[in-house]
Ligand binder design. Sequence first.
Ligand SMILES: C[S@@+](CC[C@H](N)C(=O)[O-])C[C@H]1O[C@@H](n2cnc3c(N)ncnc32)[C@H](O)[C@@H]1O
Length: 303
Amino acid sequence: MLAAVSARTAYLAAEGFAPELDEELGGVDTTHGRLLIVPGPPRPAAWAANVWLDPQEIAIASISDAAAKLRAIQRNWAVYAPRLYRRAMLIQEQLLKVSAKPLVFGTPAPAAPLGSWTLLDPGTVLAAPHCTSPFPNGEIQFVEDRSGPPSRAYLKLWEALTLIGRRPGPGAICLDLGSSPGGWSWALQQMGARVISVDKAPLAPEIARLPGIEHRQESAFALDPRTVGPADWLFSDVVCYPARLLTLVERWLAAGTCRNFVCTIKFQGPTDHETARRFAAIPGSQLRHLRHTKHELTWSKIG
Ligand SMILES: C[S@@+](CC[C@H](N)C(=O)[O-])C[C@H]1O[C@@H](n2cnc3c(N)ncnc32)[C@H](O)[C@@H]1O
């Protein structure tokens, strides 16, 4: 029996950030592990790794009955199993295997629809054939480069650009604020960009030597957009309070000299939801938590 549960949305919190998501959503109906089920249509949820659209409750008589009912809806399913793990895995084994192969950066995100399902209790599946992320439980994994970059920070840049679906092309002028030791500068240089790297600290020597990277050892907050000149992208991974980053971003937006922005908003102590909302309110922008980050959100605006 298939019972449509109308006007509900399920939000899967990024691992470790269910309280942030709960606060962002302003209270939830039901919590199932880090899956928060809320009445109403989907709304922006930066702390969600994946959003399950129109989840349906399905009564199941057995493991094979569950698998048959899921297969009848669509081909590709990712399981989320905070409870009843063994039973859930036995069902998942009877479904088409979803590729867990790490992505090579530059390859587009998978286009095939990927549903999500969970066992609410032994006789009830909650399933959403449509979700916002093409990756199982919103978790993107990359084929890593273990020799080029000086730190693992490049993974969050790769993740942000993959989810945005755009990246700097050859010759693009990129400002990389808070660039040291140089993971993002390395990644941008690999894309063929011309990088103006800015940090109070130096770059790792092997990154500073790369062609196409100019390092300015100064504060990102002292830069005047008018003297820097036009840029295609502004990236920021500066460690600072969110409100200070917002002031910097507003200055660059007002100058109108840069079209595309990708900036990490780092929270120290309690999450500053109010400043996060102000970032989200900037027209044409997106705010999301990345798998390769901890207590931070990534704000982007593509012109
Ligand atoms: C998380 S690290 C950046 C990592 C870098 N994206 C990478 O891929 O290697 C944050 C950086 O912000 C820098 N930072 C802090 N305050 C700054 C400021 N006022 N101006 C420029 N950089 C600053 C720190 O020196 C530090 O290198």
